[in-house]
Write a protein that binds this ligand. Structure first.
Ligand code: 13P
Ligand code: SF4
Length: 387
């Protein structure tokens, strides 16, 4: 990631460079060029402002009969507010399930755009609000639907599996949506049933799943600007300084970083590993927004951020997603007050985009309940298709 920062009265404006896979004809080239996007991070409220804003948000959530659904990477106040008001802080899979199943008719999603869109696709009848509609994701940006569809069209015999970090239109082109907490299980099952895959957009998560399952996967070449920055050499040096520490890694990180992990998994899996692994010190390779829940839920344990290129000349990321950082208390209070920033998904896309998300949720529910997965993942018979 290459980030330039300009501070203004309304916060810090970041220009963010991200990988944009190069498509030649419909074939995917091995290289990426560089796209550019922006993020506007609000100024930190003072302690007094925070108290006032938090009280106002609590009252407005009650007034609107709304529930707050936060991701682990958003600022700590938005995580705490979700827990204090009957909402949830979770990984992206659980955010989707919770929003779908909750009785509230208004969902307020603190995270990035694809999370709000997934909530809307699963509950078109509900109002879905977000503090910032412009909070995006480099994986979503790096996977435009036209290019991705052309790539898929070149390989009609392959099952299309996309990460949740994609637009509604890309989901509507997919057979399956997965998140990092269920991708391994779903791809293993697809492989067992004879499927060969197209995978998009995260190349590191895809490569990890491929190594673990041996599945035949054609990869899109996107990456997460945060996790792509973790560095194996520096991580090795940090491990040497903390010989008793366990290393927790999100699989959006590069392969040589994943190879150093004691536990690899989604944000929820990282939290779970911190609770259950036999260690008191952990080095954590994921967005540092995660540190809040890790420290809150593991008093007495020490959490150290895994190294990025933060000290080098090319990167000033410090392992924090600038789009997650756009979620602020003032914006949250404002959308609850005004009902602005409603997430919309073209109604014509919703039924098709919902299919692969429903498949994922049905699969994970069956897996959790120990039910048979057979009816959920069809056998693929070459030349006959799914049976
Ligand atoms: P999970 O929370 O599902 O692990 O995903 C991380 C992520 O990509 C959020 O931006
Ligand atoms: Fe996307 Fe990475 Fe930010 Fe998550 S942390 S929203 S994957 S850019």
């Amino acid at each position: 990631m290459n980030v330039e920062n300009a501070s203004t009265a309304s916060g810090s404006r970041f220009r963010v460079a991200f990988d944009r896979p190069v498509v030649q004809g419909a074939a995917l080239a091995a290289t990426c060029d560089t796209g550019s996007a922006w993020a506007q991070v609000p100024p930190e409220p003072t302690a007094a402002e925070r108290l006032v804003l938090k009280d106002r948000i609590k009252a407005l959530l009650v007034q609107r009969q709304a529930v707050l659904v936060s991701h682990y990477y958003v600022p700590p106040d938005l995580q705490d507010l979700a827990l204090e008001t009957g909402g949830i802080v979770s990984d992206s899979l659980e955010m989707a399930r919770f929003g779908r199943d909750h009785a509230a008719q208004t969902l307020v999603v603190a995270g990035v755009r694809f999370m709000g869109e997934t909530a809307k696709i699963l509950s078109p009848e509900k109002t879905v609000l977000m503090p910032e509609l412009d909070a995006t994701c480099s994986l979503d940006l790096g996977c435009p639907v036209d290019a991705f569809s052309a790539f898929c069209d070149q390989h009609p015999d392959r099952t299309v599996v996309v990460y949740a970090n994609t637009s509604a239109a890309v989901k509507a082109r997919a057979d399956w949506v997965v998140t990092s907490s269920c991708a391994l299980d779903i791809v293993a099952e697809l492989k067992a049933k004879g499927h060969r895959l197209i995978w998009g957009p995260d190349r590191h998560l895809g490569a990890y799943i491929q190594r673990e399952t041996g599945a035949d996967m054609l990869m899109w070449n996107g990456s997460c600007i945060v996790h792509d920055e973790f560095k194996a050499l520096e991580l090795q040096a940090l491990k040497a300084q903390h010989p008793g520490a366990k290393v927790l890694v999100h699989p959006e990180s590069p392969a040589d970083v994943v190879a150093l992990a004691d536990a690899v998994g989604s944000t929820s899996a990282i939290l779970n590993a911190a609770k259950t692994l036999d260690a008191t010190t952990f080095i954590v390779a994921t967005d540092n927004g995660m540190m809040h829940s890790l420290r809150q839920q593991n008093p007495g344990k020490t959490f150290i951020e895994a190294p990025t290129a933060g000290n080098s000349a090319t990167c000033k990321s410090c392992a924090h997603c600038p789009w997650m950082a756009m979620n602020g208390l003032a914006a949250l209070a404002h959308v609850l007050q005004t009902g602005g920033n409603t997430v919309t998904v073209p109604p014509s896309l919703i039924p098709r985009a919902r299919q692969p998300i429903d498949r994922m949720l049905a699969f994970t529910a069956a897996k959790k309940a120990g039910r048979a997965l057979d009816g959920l993942v069809p056998h693929l018979v070459p030349h006959l298709g799914a049976v």
